[in-house]
Design a protein around this ligand. Structure first.
Ligand code: PLP
Length: 426
């Protein structure tokens, strides 16, 4: 029988194909049989402290009783129903709660099933919004170096074309325009020039506010976001905030754009929206965008509709997660985690090969010159009881907001200790 077995057994006939993984040479994945709180329980009984929260998603930890009970109730009543021509309370309730939480006139919620799809939906929305006004030329987007917006083809075209993980698809994707995130005066001028000279070909500007995630955990400040808002307003170009990773408290405010006091024209949400319980995403548009679709012409309707759009079980999870943001002190917990990560990761700065150490909200990063021996590094963490997945040039953590602070200290201290050890490997 084929299995993800360690050792020399060939995985040539393995039925389970893993993501971002060279199946032939990579170390076997860890075998998880259960989750509990902030831990993964392995098939051999070991427990690992989870530094990843399952790719930023499990913000309240695993198996939170309020999440599981809400989903169990929904499972009995109506696990799923199509959304074409049908609506239901879990979806209407979630849409209005999101609208109430989001800043400004982000008042129209389009549900989908994954973050990449939410990005595709935002791209289509922006392009069709112009077409509904007779502006056919506007179809390209401005995106940034180190950007990551997803794995589907439209979303891939927005990712960093050089350093991103999709360079094997060069030449097959939509052409977008990539610039450096406009931090410095020179970078800001470059964006201004581009929009001045070629602005009328663009349908929007995509940014991951405050933190660029899978493109390398790069941070920028609120001032950069305010600048982006200002120039896009000048050129009447939609600013599209991809908050798949940052949304729902990760950077310290409920949404990262709030830290800059700006309102984007479109915002993409997902990942921790359901607290990691089940796949779901949303693309939320302002009144101004929505109005360009709202007409007597059926051809102006937005032509999109994923099969599992607004899945009631996912809506129940998302509604329950919002309950927890209301009843438990999540943002205070994020602030406390940030303080611990800042203090405890700092000693890594002097390690050879470390080029930067940074933390924002519940995100802690040790950036190195070049990440060698990734498999061995991962094992060194597992040996110390931690699940962490270094990639690119970063060793990073995005823990659950409910992780007790003594565990966060242990996690950060271990990140420093293992990085120090790693730097001596030859
Ligand atoms: C994860 C992520 C996506 C893609 O979401 P999926 O649910 O994996 O399709 C897009 N953008 C950002 C910023 C992300 O972090």
């Amino acid at each position: 029988m084929a299995s993800l077995s360690p050792g020399k057994i060939s995985r040539y006939s393995e039925p389970l194909w893993m993501p971002y993984c060279q199946m032939k040479t990579a170390s076997p994945p860890i075998h998880v049989v259960a989750t509990e709180g902030v831990e993964l329980i392995l098939n051999d009984g070991r427990r690992l402290l989870d530094a990843m929260a399952s790719w930023w998603c499990a913000c309240h930890g695993y198996n939170h009783p309020h999440l599981t009970a809400s989903m169990a109730r929904q499972l009995d009543v109506m696990p799923h129903v199509m959304m074409g021509g049908v609506h239901h309370d879990p979806a209407t309730r979630l849409a209005s709660r999101l609208v109430n939480l989001l800043p400004g006139e982000l008042n129209h919620v389009f549900f989908s099933d994954s973050g990449s799809t939410a990005v595709e939906v935002a791209m289509k929305m922006a392009v069709q919004s112009y077409r509904n006004r007779g502006l056919e030329r506007r179809r390209k987007f401005v995106a940034f170096a180190n950007a990551y917006h997803g794995d589907t083809t439209g979303a891939m075209s927005l990712c960093d074309p050089v350093r991103g993980m999709h360079h094997r698809f060069a030449g097959t994707l939509l052409e977008q325009h990539h610039l450096s995130v406009p931090r410095t005066a020179t970078q800001r001028n470059a964006l201004c020039r581009l929009l001045r000279d070629q602005g009328d070909q663009f349908a929007g500007v995509f940014i991951e506010p405050l933190v660029q995630g899978a493109g390398g955990m790069r941070f920028h400040d609120a001032d950069t976001l305010r600048f982006l808002r200002e120039v896009t307003l000048q050129h009447e170009l939609p600013l599209i905030a991809d908050e798949l990773a940052t949304g729902f408290g990760r950077t310290g405010t409920l949404f990262a754009v709030e830290a800059a006091g700006i309102v984007p024209d479109i915002i993409c949400l997902g990942k921790s929206m359901t607290a990691g319980m089940i796949g779901m995403a949303a693309t939320v548009a302002t009144d101004a965008i929505y109005e360009t679709f709202y007409s007597d012409d059926p051809a102006d309707a937005f032509m999109h509709g994923p099969t599992f759009m607004g899945n009631p079980l996912a809506c129940a999870a998302a509604n329950a997660s919002l309950d927890l943001f209301e009843t438990e002190p999540r943002l205070e917990q994020v602030a406390a985690i940030e303080a611990v990560l800042c203090e405890r990761l700092e000693p890594a700065r002097v390690i050879a090969d470390v080029v930067d150490v940074r933390a924002m909200g519940a995100i802690g990063v040790i950036q190195v010159d070049e990440l060698r021996d990734v498999d061995r590094l991962r094992s060194a963490f597992v040996d110390r009881g931690i699940w962490i997945r270094p990639f690119g040039d970063v060793i990073y953590t995005t823990p659950a907001f409910t992780m007790p602070l003594d565990r966060v200290r242990f996690l950060a201290d271990t990140m420093v200790e293992v990085t120090r050890e790693w730097s001596t490997w030859t």
